[in-house]
Design a protein around this ligand. Structure first.
Ligand code: ATP
Ligand code: MG
Length: 157
C-alpha cells in the first residue's frame, strides 16, 4: 500500500503519535524492520498518542511491557524469541484480543500466531536519519486506520 518517508526520529515519533491517537482497545500494530530501523521510536510515539506519560523502553527481558494511558498499551518485542512456541506460556491471546492496544516489534518472528487482522508497518533504514515506513493494513478496520493515518501525517500539526 502506501509508503511514508520520515527524515528524523522526531518524525517517526510523530507518525507513531498520530497512529496512537487513532487506535482503540483490541488493535494490533506489528512492526518489522532491521535493528535501528526505528520500531521503538515509533512505539514511543504510539504511547504518546495514547496519553501515556511513563517512559517507554524496549521490553528486552520482560517480553511485554504494559502501560496505562487512554487505554492499556502492550509493548512486545519478539527479537529474542526463537519462534511462536516461546510465546506459549505467555497467554498472548489475552493481549492480542484484549482490552489494550498491542504493538509488536520483530513481529515476523511470531508470524504464525499474529491475529489475522492487524496493521503491519515495515520500516526500512534508507539513510542516516531517513526511514521509509510502509503501511500494510490487513482487514477493513485497519484499511480505514491506515487511510486516516496518511491523512493526518500529510496534514501537518
Ligand atoms: N527517522 C528516524 N526514525 C527513527 N529512528 C531514527 C531515525 N533516524 C535516525 N534514527 C536513529 O535510529 C535508531 C532507532 O532506534 P530504535 O530503538 O527506535 O530502533 P528499533 O527498530 O527499535 O531497533 P531494535 O531492533 O534494536 O529494537 C535511534 O538511534 C535513532 O536515533
Ligand atoms: Mg526496538
Amino acid at each position: 500500500m502506501e509508503e511514508v518517508t520520515v527524515n528524523s526520529p522526531a518524525e517517526t515519533h510523530r507518525l507513531g503519535r498520530l497512529l496512537g491517537q487513532l487506535t482503540k482497545p483490541g488493535d494490533v500494530i506489528c512492526l518489522y524492520g532491521e535493528l535501528g530501523a526505528g520500531k521503538t521510536h515509533l512505539t514511543q510515539g504510539v504511547a504518546a498518542g495514547l496519553a501515556i506519560t511513563a517512559r517507554v523502553t524496549s521490553p528486552t527481558f520482560t517480553l511485554i511491557n504494559e502501560y496505562q494511558g487512554r487505554c492499556f498499551l502492550y509493548h512486545m518485542d519478539a527479537y529474542r524469541l526463537s519462534g511462536p512456541d516461546d510465546m506459549a506460556d505467555l497467554g498472548y491471546e489475552e493481549y492480542f484480543y484484549g482490552d489494550g492496544v498491542t504493538v509488536i516489534e520483530w513481529a515476523d518472528i511470531i508470524r504464525e500466531i499474529l491475529p489475522g487482522e492487524r496493521l503491519d508497518l515495515q520500516l526500512k533504514n534508507v539513510g542516516e536519519n531517513k526511514r521509509t515506513i510502509k503501511l500494510v493494513p490487513v482487514g477493513s478496520r485497519y484499511v480505514i486506520m491506515a487511510e486516516e493515518l496518511l491523512k493526518l501525517v500529510h496534514a501537518g500539526d
